[in-house]
Ligand binder design. Structure first.
Ligand SMILES: Cc1cc2nc3c(=O)[nH]c(=O)nc-3n(C[C@H](O)[C@H](O)[C@H](O)COP(=O)(O)OP(=O)(O)OC[C@H]3O[C@@H](n4cnc5c(N)ncnc54)[C@H](O)[C@@H]3O)c2cc1C
Length: 484
C-alpha cells in the first residue's frame, strides 16, 4: 500500500489525498490500465488525465469530489464510455481525473406495484433491463450499446434509441436522480413519485448535462408492464417519402402501439455486410429504403392482425413494396441484427463523418435528399449513409471517405463535410444533436449557434452549480478562456 501511495504521489501529490480516502488500489495510474478509460467508443480522440478514480460507494464518490474541489482537480465522470461526442475525452489532462462509476453497480430496488426501479448509476443499461424483466416489467430504453453503457451515462446524455417513438427519451423515463454536487454534497432527488409539482424540477438540470454539473450516483426510473405481444416487420419502400407515409398510416392505425420505426437507405447494407458477409435482407436488397417496424401490445390486443392489416393496406396502396413479418423471436432478432451490424460495420471501415440530426417528421425525406445531393455534387468520392430513428425525425446521415484517403486527410476534410451538412440541417430548422449530446466534438458549433440569451442562461446555470468549473471542463460549455 505504501509503495502504491508513493507511486500515486509521484504522479501528483493531490492524488495521494484521493488514495488516502478511497484506497490507492482504486486510483489507476498505469498507462496500459488507463488506456481503456481514455478512448471512447468512437475512437475520435485520446483523452488526457492524471489518473482514473474508481470509487465503490456513493460516500467514496463524495470523498473523491471533496478532495478534487479542495485541490482544484477537474473531474470527468465516466460511465460505459460508449458516448459518441468525446464527452469523456479531456484535451488537457494536467489537472484532470477521470471518475469511473463502474463499481457502483447495484440494483437498489424494483417496485413492481409502483412500476419503478432504483439503481446505482454504474449499472449497465442491460442490467437494468434484465432486473425489470425479472419483475415482469420492461425498462424500454434500448440502444445498440446497452450491454456496455451505464444508466448514469444514459441519464447524463439523455439517451434516445429505438423506442423513443412510444416511450420517449431517457428524460421521459427518469423519476429521480441522486447526485454528488461539485463541492461533494449529496442531493437525494429520488422519490419514486410520478407527480411532484413542488417548484423547479431540479433533476431535469442533470439529465442531459453530460457530467458538467455533478456526478449522478443513483437513478429512479419508470417501468412499464411487459408487453405480451411483440410483432416485428421488415418492410421495403421505394423512397423515404413512402417510408414516412407508411409511418403516418401506421400511427393512425396503431396509435401508440408502435415501439420502433427505423429506416435504412439500401446503401447501408454494404456496411452490415462488413460484419456479416452473409446478410441477406428479407426484402430485395436493391429496394431503396429498408424499414424495421415494431408493434407491441398487451395479450388482449391482436398485434399480429393489426400489423398484417396495416402492411397489406400499405402494399395495396403502394406505400410499401414488400414486407415480411417475423415468425419467431429469432427471425425478429435477425432483422435487428442488420440494423446493429450497419453501425458496427461503419466503425470497422474506419473514420467516417458521423451525424445525429433531427428535423420535423415531414422534412425527413427532403433533408435526406438535400444531404445526398450535397455529397454527390460537393464530395463525389465520398459515400452517403442515411439511416436512423425516422419515427422521431432522427437521421444519422453519415459519410464514408474514399477508401484510399489517409485518415488524417479524411478527418481534415470530414470537418468541412460536416459543416456543409449542418448548414442543411439549419436550413430545415433542425437540430445538430438529436440524441448523442454535445460533448466536445459538437461544442463549438453548438455554442456558435446559440442566441446570446441562451449562452447567458447556460453559463449562469453552470457557474451557479459548479462555480470552480471543475465538472467535465470543456464538455458542452467552452472553457472560460475559449468563450470569447
Ligand atoms: C453501437 C452504439 C450505438 C449507440 N446507439 C445510441 C442510440 O441509439 N441512442 C443514443 O442516444 N445513443 C446511442 N449511443 C451513444 C451512447 O451509447 C449513449 O450516449 C449512452 O447514453 C452513453 O452512456 P455511457 O455510460 O457509455 O456514457 P459515457 O460515454 O461514459 O459518458 C457520456 C457522457 O456522460 C457523462 N457521464 C457518464 N456517466 C455519468 C454519471 N454517472 N454522472 C454524470 N455524468 C456522467 C460523461 O462525462 C460524458 O459527458 C450508441 C453508442 C454506440 C457505441
Amino acid at each position: 500500500v505504501a509503495a502504491l501511495q508513493g507511486a500515486i504521489s509521484n504522479i501528483d501529490p493531490r492524488l495521494a489525498r484521493v488514495g488516502q480516502v478511497i484506497g490507492p488500489d482504486r486510483v489507476v495510474i498505469t498507462g496500459s490500465e488507463m488506456e481503456t478509460y481514455l478512448r471512447d467508443w468512437s475512437g475520435d480522440g485520446r483523452g488526457q488525465a492524471l489518473a482514473v478514480l474508481r470509487p465503490a460507494t456513493v460516500g467514496e464518490v463524495q470523498a473523491c469530489v471533496r478532495v478534487c474541489a479542495e485541490t482544484g482537480l477537474g473531474i470527468v465522470p465516466q460511465g460505459g464510455n460508449t458516448g459518441l461526442v468525446s464527452g469523456t475525452v479531456a484535451e488537457d489532462g494536467r489537472d484532470i481525473v477521470v471518475l469511473s462509476l463502474s463499481r457502483l453497480n447495484r440494483i437498489r430496488a424494483v417496485d413492481s406495484a409502483n412500476l419503478t426501479i432504483d439503481a446505482d448509476a454504474g449499472c449497465t443499461l442491460q442490467a437494468i433491463k434484465d432486473a425489470s424483466e425479472a419483475a415482469g416489467c420492461i425498462f424500454p430504453l434500448a440502444l445498440g450499446a446497452q450491454g456496455s453503457c451505464q444508466i448514469g451515462g444514459n441519464v447524463a446524455t439523455n439517451a434516445g434509441g429505438i423506442n423513443v417513438l412510444r416511450y420517449g427519451m431517457a428524460r421521459d423515463l427518469v423519476l429521480g436522480v441522486e447526485v454528488v454536487l461539485p463541492d461533494g454534497r449529496l442531493w437525494n432527488g429520488m422519490s419514486g413519485l410520478r407527480k411532484d409539482n413542488r417548484g423547479y424540477d431540479l433533476k431535469q438540470l442533470f439529465i442531459g448535462s453530460e457530467g458538467t454539473l455533478g456526478i449522478v450516483t443513483g437513478v429512479g426510473l419508470k417501468l412499464f408492464p411487459r408487453p405480451e405481444n411483440i410483432e416485428t416487420a421488415y418492410v421495403g419502400a421505394a423512397s423515404f417519402e413512402a417510408a414516412m407515409s407508411l409511418l403516418a398510416v401506421a400511427r393512425r392505425a396503431c396509435s401508440d402501439m408502435i415501439t420502433a420505426f427505423e429506416v435504412m437507405g439500401s446503401e447501408c447494407l454494404a456496411m452490415a455486410r462488413l460484419v456479416d458477409p452473409a446478410v441477406v435482407p428479407p426484402v430485395g436488397q436493391n429496394t431503396p429504403v429498408h424499414i424495421i417496424f415494431e408493434l407491441s401490445s398487451s395479450r388482449l390486443i391482436d398485434a399480429r392482425l393489426l400489423i398484417e392489416t396495416v402492411l397489406s393496406e400499405a402494399l395495396a396502396s403502394g406505400v410499401a413494396i414488400d414486407a415480411v413479418v417475423a415468425q419467431s423471436q429469432a427471425h425478429a432478432r435477425a432483422f435487428w441484427a442488420i440494423r446493429e451490424d450497419l453501425v458496427e460495420g461503419q466503425a470497422r471501415r474506419g473514420y467516417h463523418v458521423r451525424t445525429d440530426v433531427s428535423v420535423r417528421l415531414g422534412d425527413v425525406p427532403g433533408f435526406i435528399a438535400a444531404a445526398r445531393k450535397y455529397i454527390e455534387t460537393q464530395w463525389p468520392a465520398w459515400i452517403s449513409q442515411a439511416y436512423g430513428h425516422a419515427g422521431d425525425g432522427n437521421v444519422h446521415f453519415n459519410v464514408l471517405p474514399p477508401e484510399n484517403l489517409a485518415e488524417s486527410e479524411a478527418r481534415r476534410l470530414g470537418a468541412d463535410v460536416t459543416a456543409g451538412l449542418y448548414d442543411i440541417v439549419r436550413a430545415f430548422g433542425g437540430s445538430i444533436s438529436a440524441e448523442h449530446g454535445i460533448g466536445r466534438s459538437r461544442r463549438d458549433v453548438f455554442w456558435a449557434g446559440l442566441e446570446p440569451v441562451q449562452r447567458n442562461m447556460l453559463a449562469a446555470i453552470k457557474s451557479a452549480i459548479d462555480p470552480q468549473g471543475l465538472m467535465n471542463p470543456g464538455c458542452l460549455i467552452p472553457l472560460a478562456k475559449e468563450k470569447t
